[in-house]
Design a protein around this ligand. Structure first.
Ligand SMILES: Cc1cc2nc3c(=O)[nH]c(=O)nc-3n(C[C@H](O)[C@H](O)[C@H](O)COP(=O)(O)OP(=O)(O)OC[C@H]3O[C@@H](n4cnc5c(N)ncnc54)[C@H](O)[C@@H]3O)c2cc1C
Length: 360
């Protein structure tokens, strides 16, 4: 068995892959583990959802991506638990993997703000499955509308509501508008796809609330040109098969919309929560504390030397401060020190290094 320092990277997204790449020439033994055997290019998910790309075009097998990296192996597995004391990760099938350093890059997941049942009617856009489900919903809606003669029903099928006017919601709304006004323009006989209503809903007073004001205004102008209606400053109360109910400035409004798409927010992954518990913190952001930036101890003590790093998106999902400089390179620079510490500790039988947080 190799005596090399064992680095486990959980997650083969942008963060995990970047971490693996940075370790190409390091004298370490890297294992990248993901519950999917492919890397998914999430920024293009909405193009799968709107039919302009196929799933295969935005997914790359992790084995191919890292195939030439001699010190790295790829494993398929769902990590459900991490024990920082024994420095082992546990997979859903019960298998255990030992590490010296752990990089957790499991990304984020959609948050329905405690209304999980809305997911049935309003899929989000985080996975290939969800993107294909959204694609089906969009095109199916036009097909059903073509067969229906009742004007109210037809209108409901031709109404597309997108909840969440962040980057994903804005992109999806714009893309559906283009499908309706351009792509499908000549394809139907009973309906005019261009008459479809695309409605973007958000609680914030404007679209792209986290972006600079000028960009928000520009996005709003572009959306308006595409015929997207914006309902900002409203609170979604309910979503079901009939559509969306929201609290607007003039009271409760029910929107008959057979297609609802969720872009209403993200939260940390279950593994991140587990990790927070295991390290004695209420939230993962506690792990990715400010002190990690200066390489001081985060105060999360483990009985043996260990490094636990969190990817940037995980910290963002747990509302941790965003780091401005290239987080990956700093993380890995930092990683090198505890690796050395760890080796020294092993030699001396020491056990004092603390768990450190880093970025992707
Ligand atoms: C629709 C959409 C559009 C976007 N557009 C942009 C954009 O234009 N520009 C931009 O900068 N960003 C964009 N983003 C955000 C960007 O995609 C994310 O910030 C980025 O993917 C985060 O990378 P990550 O590696 O941290 O997580 P992810 O890419 O989510 O990767 C996490 C990986 O961890 C794996 N995993 C999770 N849990 C486990 C577990 N327990 N065990 C094993 N494996 C696990 C997952 O399978 C996944 O492969 C967009 C996101 C979406 C959804």
């Amino acid at each position: 068995m190799s005596n090399l320092h064992r680095v486990i990277i959980i997650g083969g997204g942008f963060g995990g892959l970047r971490a693996a790449r940075e370790l190409t020439r390091a004298a370490v033994d890297v294992t990248l583990i993901d519950r999917r055997n492919f890397h998914l290019f999430q920024p293009l998910l909405y193009q799968v959802a709107t039919g302009s790309l196929s799933p295969g075009e935005i997914a790359a097998p992790l084995r191919s991506v890292l195939g030439r990296q001699q010190n790295t192996r790829v494993l398929l597995g769902d990590v459900v638990d991490v024990d920082p004391t024994t420095k082992t990760g546990r997979l859903a099938d019960g298998a255990r993997l030992a590490y010296d350093s752990l990089i957790v890059a499991t990304g984020s997941q959609s948050s329905y703000h405690g209304r999980q049942e809305w997911r049935d009617w309003a899929p989000s856009l985080k996975s290939v499955e969800e993107a294909t489900s959204v694609r089906h919903k969009i095109f199916y809606a036009f097909e059903v509308a073509e067969r229906i003669s009742d004007p109210a029903q037809r209108r409901a099928w031709l109404t597309f509501a997108i909840v969440g006017a962040g980057a994903t919601g804005v992109e999806v709304a714009g893309a559906i508008a283009e499908i309706a006004r351009q792509t499908l323009r000549h394809d139907f006989r009973s309906i005019h796809p261009g008459e479809a209503r695309i409605i973007l809903i958000d609680g914030a007073p404007w679209v792209l609330p986290l972006f600079p004001e000028e960009l928000s205004r520009k996005a709003a102008r572009t959306l308006a040109r595409l015929g997207v209606e914006m309902r900002t400053g409203v609170r979604v109360e309910h979503i079901d098969r009939e559509g969306v109910t929201y609290q607007g400035p003039d009271g409760i409004v029910h929107l008959d919309a057979r297609t609802v798409i969720w872009g209403g927010g993200v939260t940390v992954t279950p593994l991140a929560r587990t990790l927070a518990e295991r390290t004695g913190r209420r939230r993962t952001r506690a792990v990715a504390s400010e002190s990690a930036r200066t390489s001081r101890s985060t105060g999360i003590q483990t009985s043996t030397s260990s490094v636990i790093s969190l990817s940037r998106s995980m910290r963002a999902a747990s509302r941790s401060p965003v780091w401005r400089r290239s987080p990956c390179s700093r993380a890995l620079t930092r990683l090198a020190t505890p690796c050395a510490d760890s080796a020294a500790n092993r030699r001396s039988g020491g056990s004092s290094t603390s768990t450190k947080a880093a970025s992707r």
